[in-house]
Design a binder for this molecule. Structure first.
Ligand SMILES: [Zn+2]
Length: 246
C-alpha cells in the first residue's frame, strides 16, 4: 500500500479561516497548477493553489464554497475515529478489534491487561499515572497485534504455496502494511484495533505482494483469490484511515 504514503508526502501548511462563523482549519499546499483546488478527504480540508495566488484570494475562494465545505467537514468528522483515549482513566474508550471497550484501571502489585467483551481491564502498580497506563496498554496492543496477525500471514502465505515470510510490526502513520522486494512484510500494530475482517484484508494484500510487487490487475486477482469479496473490505478500510494519524 504505497498510494497513501505518496499522498502524505505533499503535506501542506496548516492555516485557519473563518467560514460562515466557524473557525476552520485547512492545509494549504502550494502546487504547480493554474487554479485553486479545494477538497475534503480523509485528512480534512486541503487547498491546492499556485504559488502566486495571495492568501486573501484563496480565502475568498473558500468563502464562496463555505456551505459545501461545512457539509463535507461534518461528514469527515463523522468518519473520524479516535484510536487511543485522550485520558488513560477508567471510563475512557479504546478500540479493540473493531469494538469500543471501556477502560477499567485498577491498582495492583503486578501490571496486566485483559480484554473481555466490554472492558479493557488494566492493572498497574501506578494506576494513577496515565503515561504508565498508556505505555502498558501500548505494549499490550503490540503483543496482541503480533498474536493476531502471525497466524493469518501463515494462512494466506500457505494459500499461495509459500512459507511464512518474516513479519515485523510497524507504527507507520501512513500505511497499514508494506511488503518489500526481499519478501519481508511489515504490518501496523493498529491492525489489532480494526475489525478482524479489515485486518485480514490488509494482511491478504501484503501477502499477495509476495507474488506480485505491484498493483496490477494480476495482483488484485491474487488478493481476490486469497480473500473473496475483498473490494468491499478495501472500501470499508478507508473509514478507519484516521486511526493511523491518531
Ligand atoms: Zn499494496
Amino acid at each position: 500500500m504505497t498510494r497513501r504514503a505518496a499522498r502524505g508526502a505533499a503535506a501542506g501548511v496548516a492555516r485557519r479561516v473563518a467560514l460562515a462563523g466557524l473557525d476552520v482549519e485547512y492545509s494549504l499546499v502550494r502546487a504547480r497548477r493554474r487554479t485553486i483546488g479545494i477538497e475534503v478527504d480523509l485528512d480534512g480540508l486541503t487547498v491546492r493553489a499556485p504559488r502566486w495566488v495571495p492568501i486573501r484570494e484563496i480565502e475568498a475562494a473558500l468563502k464562496e464554497r463555505a456551505r459545501w465545505i461545512a457539509k463535507s467537514l461534518d461528514a469527515w468528522r463523522g468518519r473520524r475515529r479516535e484510536s487511543l483515549p485522550r485520558e488513560w482513566r477508567s471510563g475512557a474508550t479504546i478500540l479493540h478489534r473493531g469494538v469500543d471497550l471501556t477502560l477499567a484501571v485498577h491498582c495492583s502489585a503486578d501490571a496486566s491487561v485483559r480484554a473481555d467483551l466490554f472492558h479493557l481491564t488494566v492493572s498497574h502498580p501506578l494506576a494513577d499515572d496515565e503515561s504508565q497506563v498508556a505505555r502498558c496498554v501500548g505494549a499490550w496492543l503490540r503483543d496482541e497485534a503480533m498474536r493476531l496477525v502471525a497466524p493469518r500471514v501463515t494462512h494466506f502465505a500457505a494459500r499461495l504455496g509459500r512459507a511464512t515470510p518474516p513479519v515485523r510490526l510497524s507504527g507507520a502513520r501512513s500505511e497499514w502494511g508494506s511488503c518489500n522486494h526481499r519478501g519481508e512484510i511489515r504490518l501496523n500494530w493498529r491492525l489489532a484495533q480494526l475489525p478482524p475482517a479489515l485486518a485480514d484484508y490488509v494482511i491478504a494484500h501484503e501477502v499477495a505482494h509476495l507474488a506480485q510487487l505491484n498493483h496490477s490487475p494480476g495482483f488484485w486477482a491474487t488478493v481476490e483469490l486469497l480473500l473473496p469479496g475483498h473490494a468491499a473490505l478495501r472500501r470499508e478500510l478507508r473509514e478507519f484511515t484516521a486511526l493511523l494519524h491518531a
